[in-house]
Write a protein that binds this ligand. Structure first.
Ligand code: PHE
Length: 342
């Protein structure tokens, strides 16, 4: 009898240490311990050899042993079956995980708004390189060698090649489109530009522009004004007033800057418009004949207009953003605030 009790203790240790990684091993356990020819049955059969007065006590031990083996089997079964049937532990009635959706960058939103207005007038999008050569960024645009815009202060040059630079405006795309030699041209050119300026809340060393170009026979300043009037109406609403101020760009003649009546204060005067009632939004003019010639276009046959505007400023005004650096800091708390259909 002592021997049998020892034997049971050994089995218990065995059972305790039994590990199963799959359902097959769990089944092997069942056959070995709980099957019809298994150990539990065999041990139970010993009861008949136990003296009468010890039967009750021994019966209890055997019963506990049986339960011990059965419980082990249950736990082996559930741990291995969940591995093989991964869905069995999943509550299928739970709602699905929402798919995290990003949002568009405010600069992209404003860019798309501007571009889509001109697309409706038949302007086609084109893009050009951000690393540009001197010809496309300056020389072809009539910026003579000593023009202040070429100053090292303003332009980032590429060290390996003094002819290469980071474009200072999207006007390089004008030149590239004109050089293709396919006329007429009606294009809208968005993109990133670089200027060597101290980074602050109001200015950055890179920002974004949208430039437009229209070249055909008989294109006049009246066409330019009408196109921009349409743009302003679509962009800021029909109540906004427009004014042109004479200006100077080497690549347009005549040149103008266009202001709109302040859409924040309605023209009364506020901090945004510096109490003038007007906000400057773009530069424009008739393409200089020399620029046409530089691109092998006959200025006696063709004329055209061009305009260019920044994207940051209108975006800041529209969304009430007071620091230009926020656009490029990639702070998700900032970025996720902008949602719009375009
Ligand atoms: N390229 C000019 C700028 O960067 C804008 C401009 C474009 C002006 C086209 C006139 C015509 O300021």
């Amino acid at each position: 009898m002592e021997q049998l009790l020892e034997q049971i203790e050994t089995y218990k240790k065995e059972i305790k240490g039994f590990a199963a990684t799959d359902a097959k091993a769990a089944e092997e356990f069942r056959i070995k311990y709980l099957g019809t020819k298994g150990i539990v049955k065999a041990v139970m059969a010993e009861l008949k050899n136990v003296p009468h007065e010890k039967k009750k006590e021994f019966g209890q031990v055997l019963n506990e042993f049986k339960i011990f083996a059965e419980e082990k089997f249950e736990s082996l079964k559930s741990s291995t079956s969940s591995l093989e049937h991964p869905t069995s532990n999943i509550d299928l009635s739970l709602p699905g995980d929402p798919m995290p959706l990003g949002s568009r960058h405010p600069i992209t939103l404003m860019r798309n708004r501007i571009v889509s207005i001109f697309q409706r007038l038949g302007f086609a999008i084109a893009e050009g390189p951000e690393i540009e050569d001197d010809w496309h960024n300056f020389t072809a645009l009539n910026l003579h060698e000593h023009h202040p815009a070429r100053d090292m202060q303003d332009t980032f040059y590429v060290q390996q090649n003094p002819d290469w630079l980071l474009r200072t405006h999207t006007s390089n795309v004008q030149i590239r489109e004109m050089e293709k030699g396919k006329l007429p041209i009606r294009g809208i050119y968005p993109g990133r530009v670089y200027r060597n300026e101290t980074v602050s809340a109001r200015s950055h060393c890179f920002f974004h522009q949208v430039e437009g170009l229209y070249i055909d026979e008989n294109v006049s300043f009246a066409d330019l004004k009408q196109t921009l009037y349409f743009f302003v109406r679509e962009m800021y609403g029909k109540d906004v007033r427009v004014r042109f101020r004479p200006s100077y760009f080497p690549f347009t003649e005549p040149s103008a800057e266009m202001d709109v009546s302040c859409f924040i204060c309605g023209g009364v005067g506020c901090n945004i418009c510096k109490k003038t009632g007007w906000v400057e939004i773009l530069g424009c003019g008739m393409v200089h004949p020399q620029v046409l010639q530089n691109c092998h276009i006959d200025p006696n046959k063709y004329t055209g207009f061009a305009f260019g505007m920044g994207i940051e400023r209108p975006a800041m005004l529209k969304y009430g953003i007071n620091d230009i650096r926020l656009f490029s800091e990639n702070d998700v708390r900032f970025l996720k605030q902008f949602t719009s259909a375009i």
